[in-house]
Write a protein of this length. Structure first.
Length: 366
């Protein structure tokens, strides 16, 4: 078995051929080391290329993180601007509540007693005489204006901490740090920057949810105010604010001596003296529920205005409407006369609230 390997060197010109004898073991060791060196060189080159790629990606990610941070800051500025707008709208909404006297609570129905009934009904009618001064901006049932108060305790809010942890988990998943990211997120500057964005994302998400919640509350509040104003408009139209006939008041609401029994009796309305044939008009919108002749009242008309309010017109000489007719304020319904138990041409006018007669003067504005 050969123990040496001979390497022959042949020069170009005629010179002696040179030969080199190398031990076979040494030659095999050289080949082996060359292969190992080549492999190591290949691995190093591969790692170097990966590092170059990682450096490029890191620069790209750093730039992306910076851009994301700038965008988040811009979003924060927009949210702050949006909260300012919402505050102004809420302030305006509260002013409207004060102006209209709407507190967001159900209005109480009128009492059945005579004086209290009229006062309660008059207070229940939303008109220019209402006094909103008692409406307190600091009541618990009013909507809070300053949204920023909800951001002061954000860092300790469980919702914010939950959002922050959720965003950290998502960032850790993107880095392949499924577990133990609480420690590995401090390994390098890039991961630190990326995990720092989690608090920014959480803060933005938290503020967005709060603003959205306030917008929903504001929408409900404005809807309530809108419904109240619509109902108020309808209620004003149904309030008998007009004197139904041109003339002079000859007898007021209250106790008086009866012309027939010669005893003191309750006069449940107003007597308006006028010439026979003077037009009688509807003092408010409503529906005619009765039109005909009745003992004592003679020719009469009864109108239902809704909200428990009814009006009655007696002693007419002629009726100009019939049962079921839908009326608007100012529509002619009859003519003044002297029918029924009457001592002269006049209109007997009553206002009833939930069936109880009240003083019509509580409602007359003209």
């Amino acid at each position: 078995m050969d123990r040496y390997i001979t390497i022959m060197l042949v020069p170009e010109r005629d010179k002696g051929v040179r030969s080199i004898r190398i031990p076979k073991v040494l030659f095999q060791a050289f080949i082996f080391m060359s292969v190992i060196f080549g492999l190591l060189l290949g691995v190093l080159c591969y790692d170097y290329l990966k590092i170059l790629k990682q450096v490029y990606e890191n620069k790209h990610l750093s730039l992306e993180n910076r851009q994301l941070k700038e965008q988040i800051q811009l979003f924060h500025m927009k949210i702050n601007s949006l909260t300012d707008d919402i505050e102004r709208i809420k302030t305006f909404e509260k002013k409207l509540r004060i102006i209209t006297g709407f507190s967001g609570k159900k209005e109480s129905a009128p009492n059945s007693s005579e004086e209290d009934s009229a006062k309660s009904e008059n207070e229940r009618i939303p008109n220019s005489l209402d006094s909103p001064d008692d409406y307190d901006l600091n009541k618990e049932d009013t909507v809070k204006v300053n949204i920023f108060n909800n951001f002061k305790e954000m860092k300790t809010d469980a919702k914010y901490l939950e959002l922050k942890d959720l965003y950290e988990q998502k960032i850790a998943t993107n880095f392949g740090l499924i577990t133990g990211y609480a420690f590995t997120k401090e390994w390098n500057e890039l991961t630190k920057q990326s995990f720092a964005l989690a608090s920014d994302f959480a803060e933005f998400d938290y503020k967005y949810s709060k603003v959205k919640s306030h917008i929903k509350e504001l929408e409900v509040a404005i809807h309530e105010l809108d419904q109240y104003l619509l109902d108020r408009e309808s209620f004003l139209k149904a309030t008998p604010t007009l004197l139904p006939a041109r003339g002079w008041i000859t007898s007021y609401y209250g106790p008086r001596m009866s012309h027939y029994s010669k005893r003191v009796k309750m006069h449940e309305g107003l007597d308006i003296g006028a010439n026979t044939g003077t037009p009688v008009i509807a003092p408010a919108d409503g529906v005619v529920v009765a039109a005909g002749e009745k003992p004592g009242f003679g020719l009469y008309v009864q109108i239902d205005h809704g909200y428990g309010i009814e009006t009655l017109f007696a002693h007419n000489s002629k009726l100009l409407t019939k049962k079921g007719t839908v009326l608007k304020r100012g529509d002619a319904i009859a003519k003044v006369g002297n029918t029924g138990l009457s001592t002269g041409p006049h209109l007997h006018y009553e206002v009833r609230v939930n069936g109880t007669p009240v003083d019509p003067l509580y409602y007359i504005l003209d």
